[in-house]
Design a protein around this ligand. Structure first.
Ligand code: CUA
Length: 337
């Protein structure tokens, strides 16, 4: 009996110390959304349970090592034990009970995390090898798209997400929630930001060569700052839409083309666009081509038709641009010199 009391006290002490230690390590990034609050609560409840279970196993084990070790000169066998039905029932029922409780807590928590606000602002998200495209609700018939996410604080946003190529996964650790973007399907993610600040969205699904580089800024600001930013973008879009090269620039920025093609001559995953128009390019089959309207149009339509030498391993996906959009993009590329 004395041993049970001592071991019991030690289990409680070690449980508390283990939880305090792990909690103090503060492994979670800052919590910046309503959803993060639910998830962190669940995480802490599970940490408490894990700390207790760790102590429940480790303490009696080490206690026995020390207190019940073989005395010097003792060569007798240990007591022979046949089994204990009561003990087996107890250690089956209690864990079963705990698993059911955690299943219930988990289900309630999941429902909290997924709860939709009918007034949420809808932003359309597209995952592209290897960038993000965010489309905001239209203002005066002009819709703005960017490769950075801007959202106001204190208001739920509903991300309606899809992918043009392979599966990507939207993840901002400070918001805690994470969701895959699947080609041919719309998936949803509800986020209610609670802290103004700058964050980074990353891709949490291995999606190819530049998976690691799918990092884009996320700006959470006051409603006024968000409105001002959107109004500014609408104004810029209105001006750019007036010309073919401006429309092309908008398309290029929204589709994250810069992830592979620099516009300043810097090396990248794909050929730079700086000074590209009118230049001579050597192709992977050894032939040479002059970069003109026809070549650029073909290369956007069918990226693998003629591959520039040195870029054979980084194949560009096919984007679903219309002929008009392609001619605008070509007009934009012509301005880069
Ligand atoms: Cu997109 Cu990994």
């Amino acid at each position: 009996m004395r041993h049970f009391v001592i071991a019991g006290i030690l289990v409680i002490v070690v449980s508390v110390l283990t939880f305090a230690g792990v909690y103090a390590a503060d492994v979670m990034p800052m919590a910046a959304s309503t959803q993060a609050g639910y998830i962190d609560w669940m995480w802490n409840v599970e940490l408490i349970a894990m700390s207790f279970l760790f102590a429940l196993i480790a303490v009696p084990m080490f206690y026995s090592f020390v207190v019940f070790r073989r005395k010097k000169g003792d060569t007798t066998d240990a007591e022979h034990i046949e089994g204990n039905t009561t003990l087996e029932i107890v250690w089956s029922i209690i864990p079963l009970f705990l698993v059911v409780i955690f299943a219930y807590l988990g289900a309630v928590n999941l429902a909290d995390t997924l709860r939709a606000d009918p007034n949420a602002m809808v932003i359309k998200v597209t995952g592209i090898q290897w960038s993000w495209k965010f489309e905001y609700p239209p203002v005066d018939g002009i819709s703005v798209a960017s490769d950075e996410l801007h959202i106001p604080v204190g208001k739920q946003v509903l991300l309606q997400m899809t992918s043009t190529d392979v599966i990507h996964s939207f993840w901002v650790p400070e918001f805690r929630v994470k969701q895959d973007l699947v080609p041919g399907r719309i998936t949803e993610l509800h986020i209610t930001p609670t802290r103004e600040g700058d964050y980074i969205v990353r891709c949490a699904e291995l999606c190819g060569t530049s998976h690691y580089n799918m990092l884009k800024p996320v700006f959470v600001s006051s409603q006024e700052d968000y409105d001002a930013w959107l109004a500014g973008e609408v104004e810029i879009a209105r001006e750019l839409q007036a010309t073919p090269e401006g429309s092309g620039q908008l398309l290029v920025e929204a589709n994250g083309c810069a992830a592979c093609h620099s516009i300043n001559g810097a090396a990248g995953i794909g050929p730079t666009w700086f000074g590209l128009f009118g230049s001579q390019e050597e192709l992977s089959d050894g032939s040479t081509v002059t970069v003109d309207d026809a070549y650029l149009t073909e290369s956007i339509h069918e990226p693998q038709a003629k591959i520039v030498a040195g870029f054979e391993t980084q194949l560009m996906p096919t984007y679903g641009f219309t002929d008009q959009e392609i001619s605008d993009i070509v007009a934009y590329i012509k301005t880069l010199r």
